[in-house]
Design a protein around this ligand. Structure first.
Ligand code: FPP
Length: 233
């Protein structure tokens, strides 16, 4: 692809604005989520095409349970439908599907779908697609601390702490994209985002397409990452 020489290894996305997208059209919110699922497919295609190794999408936060039961159920059904539909295609394209969050608290049906998706794609090496589900950044840190205590680990530092996070081998995101004009982290990947470049766009998630993704990458490429150091020369 033209001008895309510095490809981030890991891109994380807060997919926001499905509800507003639907409301503007006088449609029920779930239509926005359905359209949002189509935008996820486009994002996967693009990320795969340009060689992004890890793509993480925030599908459902621990706070999202506060939404009306109808909407929660609709999102969950959509996720099960989507995962089942996507598995053969991910396998064919060598994409490994993984989940991030307190998935053990989800319904049996969702848990078995998740396990199936992870199991079938576990040997895929082309790209990692991480779906954050029932996820909270603070909960992830607390769960890591609990693991450390239960394993009676005596010494811990910034380098070894990530070994206790949900996916220890997941690299920190290089770029975080949030759609719909909100400029917040909203309890997403709190440990992992320490040095991540942040990109906010007004575009609502269902309208986020290849062109928008490309704009986010071009913006990322124009930045100089110093990780707190002063660059020479
Ligand atoms: C944010 O929009 C979106 C969500 C909380 C749900 C995300 C779910 C999907 C995109 C569906 C499919 C996901 C996958 C991985 C297939 P919002 O409802 O908060 O929008 P609003 O801020 O306009 O109300």
């Amino acid at each position: 692809m033209e001008n895309l020489y510095k490809i981030p290894k890991h891109v994380a996305i807060i997919m926001d604005g499905n509800g507003r997208w639907a409301k503007r059209r006088g449609l029920p919110r779930i239509f926005g989520h359905r359209k949002g699922a189509e935008a996820v497919e486009k994002a996967i295609d693009f990320a795969h095409k340009v060689g992004i190794e890890w793509l993480t999408v925030f599908a459902f936060s621990t706070e999202n349970w506060e939404r009306p039961k109808e909407e929660v159920n609709a999102i969950m059904s959509l996720l099960v439908e989507y995962i089942n539909k996507k598995i053969p295609e991910l396998l064919e394209r060598n994409i490994r599907l993984r989940f991030l969050g307190r998935t053990q608290e989800l319904s049996e049906k969702i848990q078995s779908t998740i396990k199936k998706g992870e199991e079938i794609t576990k040997n895929c090496t082309g790209m990692n697609l991480v779906v954050a589900l029932n996820y909270s950044g603070r909960a992830e840190i607390i769960d890591a601390v609990r693991k450390i205590i239960s394993q009676d680990v005596k010494r811990i530092d910034e380098n070894t702490f990530p070994e206790y996070l949900y996916i220890p081998e997941m690299p920190d995101p290089d770029l975080l994209i949030r759609t719909s004009g909100e400029k917040r982290i909203s309890n997403f990947l709190l440990w992992e985002l320490a040095y991540t470049e942040l990109y906010f766009t007004e575009v609502l998630w269902p309208d986020f397409d290849e062109e928008e993704f490309k704009n986010a990458l071009l913006d990322y490429q124009s930045r100089e990452r110093r990780f707190g150091k002063i660059l020479e020369g």
